[in-house]
Ligand binder design. Structure first.
Ligand SMILES: Cc1ncc(C[n+]2csc(CCOP(=O)(O)OP(=O)(O)O)c2C)c(N)n1
Length: 553
């Protein structure tokens, strides 16, 4: 507890059990300084820690018991690894003397988590605790952030040592959190940027993680360079910035994807060329010189071969490039996005936002909520159509405003992540999720009830596993194999948890429902019956060239 306090921990998400009881017993005396949020399932603890870390930039901490408690966090650890989220999972472990004997609730957590964490370590003696905790925080939070696992044997929890004092770790042998920036790479990048006629900037979450949103703005404004954002990078540049041309990738904007394959210099900042962003790699930006700014050298040339790699923290490298490069103007190139924006607006967006008659569409709900919050809220999503539609129609004015499971695409992420987010910010937290994803961590309604965590839950209920159904419609001849789903009464469920709730079926009641939800002081569940077979468009079919987007299906 003293080591955690020394690291500035004020919030822990956890669930007790036999092998972690000594730690829980110690926590009992520290609750004036450390708030413990009792979740209802350990997967919820990991995702809540992720939500917390994403919105406030601090390390999220989970505390769980050994065996099933520990394995229940695995999805969250893998998710945090994929999305570079700094969390620490402290799990109990059986005593050193019985390790390897299949003792009750023993599991090889270090073995399981090594490939999905930045560091996974078994603490076997009390002597190790101060050092291991300090090292865990250092590794989780520095460089490219990520999850760390501490597997804490029971003997180490109860052994007594004299003169205990928290430690500071600011160096780990053979771990270089921030690689040096080669000055020549900056010169080469500057030359390419200065001579570019059609530069295009890809903005990733690295910009947010590096606290480089101001530096990014200065960089793109000086070079007058249009940008596309990845899903996790969406709030790194205000949505209404004139150079922000929207989202990249499978359900991104038409212009950003078409122009990726037309630009002459592609400048990727803190992003990792995920296949949902690139589509078919054989046809991806082949005409362009590629500059990649990243803190993680293993990302360079991983998916896309680059011409210039600028290693380092993008807060520093963007600043340097901005000083070195000349001010420029690319009006004609920027204007060339307009026909694609118009086409997408006329053929997709207009129809989604102004359907007139008929069932409620997902996009109009997202748009209405975003507008009702003056685009100031934090968006948390689950996975599926709800995620893609809210990424498309929610608008951002501040950074660190989107919390979603990007790399793993973990259904069940949304509800606990939104709970965690409410502990990391005072801003309004709006959660969009589907009827499938809500049920994957529905037990966390209990956490919301107990904590009165002010999550605004918007269930886009289409009675289907919508995203999979859309793929079945588009690529499997409408054979809806196990995607229709019978639903319970969510309003009654919310009420059982003492969470105010309402169901909206008719468009005319939507605005009033949203106002009631946002005006409620604490949590609220708004279920919206949306069109059952609605599709998220545009869409690049999986594996297709990214610029070949379908506007209808
Ligand atoms: C844990 C997990 N299981 C399965 C999937 C595959 N999957 C992706 S989206 C989706 C459907 C989601 O349905 P729902 O939650 O109702 O949201 P909708 O797409 O309708 O918005 C499924 C099953 C997943 N991403 N995660």
């Amino acid at each position: 507890m003293r080591s955690l306090e020394a690291e500035g921990v004020d919030t822990i998400f956890g669930y007790p059990g036999g092998s972690i009881m000594p730690v829980y017993d110690a926590l009992f005396d520290h609750t004036d300084r450390i708030k413990h949020i009792l979740v209802r399932h350990e997967q919820g603890a990991a995702h809540a820690a992720q939500g917390f870390a994403r919105v406030c930039g601090k390390v999220g901490v989970c505390l769980v018991t050994s065996g099933p408690g520990a394995t229940n966090t695995i999805t969250g650890i893998a998710d945090a690894m994929m999305d570079s989220t700094p969390i620490i999972v402290i799990a109990g472990q059986v005593g050193k003397a019985v390790l390897g004997t299949d003792a009750f609730q023993e599991v090889d957590l270090v073995g399981i988590t090594q490939p999905i964490s930045k560091w996974s370590y078994q603490i076997r003696s009390a002597e190790d605790v101060a050092w291991a905790v300090a090292r865990a925080f250092y590794i989780a939070s520095t460089g490219r952030p990520g999850p760390v696992v501490l597997d804490f044997t029971k003997n180490a929890q109860v052994e007594q040592i004299e003169d205990y004092a928290p430690k500071v770790v600011d160096y780990v042998r053979s771990y270089l959190p921030e690689p040096d920036t080669d000055p020549l790479s900056l010169v080469k990048a500057t030359e390419l940027i200065n001579n570019a006629k059609k530069p295009f900037v890809l903005v990733g979450q690295g910009v947010e993680l590096g606290a480089a949103t101001e530096e990014l703005k200065a960089f793109v404004e000086k070079g007058d360079m249009p940008c596309g954002c990845t899903l996790l990078g969406l709030s790194a540049l205000p949505s209404n910035h004139p150079l922000n041309k929207g989202m990249l990738g499978m359900h991104g904007n038409l212009g950003t994807n078409v122009k990726t394959n037309e630009c002459d210099v592609l400048i990727a900042v803190g992003m990792r060329f995920d296949d949902r962003v690139t589509g078919d790699l054989k046809t991806y930006a082949k005409q362009a010189k590629v500059i990649h700014l990243d803190i993680d050298p293993t990302e360079i040339d991983k998916n896309v071969k680059v011409d210039v790699a600028v290693l380092g923290n993008c807060k520093k490298t963007l600043k340097k490039l901005t000083i070195m490069m000349k001010a420029n103007q690319h009006k004609e190139w920027i204007d060339s996005f307009a026909p694609y924006e118009e086409k997408e607006y006329n053929e997709v967006i207009k129809k989604e936002l102004n359907p007139g008659e008929g069932p409620i569409l997902m996009g109009e709900v997202v748009n209405a909520v975003s507008e009702a919050t003056s685009h100031q809220a934090i968006l948390v999503t689950d996975v599926g159509q709800n995620q893609m539609i809210s990424a498309r129609y929610f608008k951002f004015t501040q950074n660190r405003s989107i919390v979603t499971s990007g790399g793993m695409g973990t259904m069940g992420f949304g509800l606990p992540a939104a709970i965690g987010a409410t502990f990391g910010t005072n801003r309004t937290v709006c959660l969009f999720l589907g009827d499938g994803g809500l049920q994957m961590c529905i037990q966390e309604l209990g956490t919301i009830m107990e904590q009165q965590a002010p999550v605004k839950i918007i269930v886009l209920n289409n009675n289907y596993l919508g995203n999979v159904r859309q793929w079945q419609a588009m690529f499997f001849r409408h054979r809806y194999s196990f995607t229709p789903m019978m639903n319970p009464d969510y309003v009654k469920i919310a009420q059982a948890y003492d969470i105010p709730a309402k169901r909206v079926i008719d468009r005319k009641d939507l605005q009033a429902g949203i106002s009631e939800m946002l005006n409620a002081e604490g949590p609220y569940l708004l279920e919206v019956a949306v069109i059952e077979e609605g599709n998220v468009l545009p869409m690049t079919p999986p594996g297709a060239p990214i610029n070949e987007m379908l506007l209808e299906c």
